[in-house]
Design a protein around this ligand. Sequence first.
Ligand SMILES: Cc1ncc(COP(=O)(O)O)c(C=O)c1O
Length: 353
Amino acid sequence: MLKPRASISALAPYRSPIMSRAGLSLDLNESMAGCSPRVLARLRDLSAADVSLYPQRELGERLVAKFLGIASEQLLLTNGLDEALLLLFASYLGPADELLFADPTFTMYPMLGEALGAKVVRVQSGHDLALPVADLLARISPRTRVIAIANPNNPTGLAAARADLLKIAQAAPDAAVLIDEAYFEFYGETLITDLPSHPNLFVARTFSKAYGLAGLRLGVLTGAAEQIGYLRRFSEPFNVNSVALACLEVALADQAFVRAHVAQVQQGREQLAQLFDDLGLRFWPSQTNFVLVRVGAAAKIFVESMRRRGILVRDLSASPGCEGCVRITLATPSQMEEVLQTIREAIAQDQRS
Ligand SMILES: Cc1ncc(COP(=O)(O)O)c(C=O)c1O
């Protein structure tokens, strides 16, 4: 009888991250501001050749490399940052190798490590949920082949200091050290400038968040030219679709859209911080487009009463260190009033039940 590799059949059954689209989706860290109108105009302008011919990823890579101030050889465009993770992990992690990361973090890291049959080494953050730098350093072994760090992190929204991240990269010269900067635009600090001095460092970005292009699936992996060259050998030549590539130039050109969206997200973070302070709820100061808050033992009930009121938020109470926590994506200023009011009502209901 046909059987997949043991590491695949041992994975948890697939569940779509999309619970529902009935309501305001504040559960997936998408952009509630949509995307640049210039991207929509470009989409309306697509020609038959834009879809009938195979895509030319290299043209897009030149654009993004120029935008980031690096050489095209240091960059690979991918089908979302998720694909960059797959390419990177599969290129360096074999069955006897170790993948190292700190909990809580992005759930794709353990899933991919397990799928590849690697040994998944997890370090738990303390109560502050900050990156446990000393513990990570202590767990680096000769077998460590990939270290994955989201900075700022999902689901905490917290960022680690650049010096600490570089310390980790320097301590593991034989491991690929990935800094996943999916939320870079909301934070503003990057390690891309450290690539020349750290040959084992990789920095990944996405157009899914601040650019509002999650549906187009556009990710970016940067690293030393030599290492990116190896990953390119293994990547599909047509992994990024022509429609996404056609939109790239206008998306990058419209930085005013990105800046305006980031400013609105910052304003929303302040409103949520004020509300959680008023309600006496513990939350983590976020550098992203979402906020993690501890609503208490009744997190499930809270999420359900938000859903009944038309707002979807993510229950994270099962994530290590996030007991009683939910993650809420920031909405647009016009939606925020309703979001704040709905949170108040759901918390009041929690306290009554
Ligand atoms: C830390 C982190 N990395 C990667 C991704 C995936 O991004 P993409 O949509 O580009 O695959 C996400 C999406 O939520 C994320 O939070």
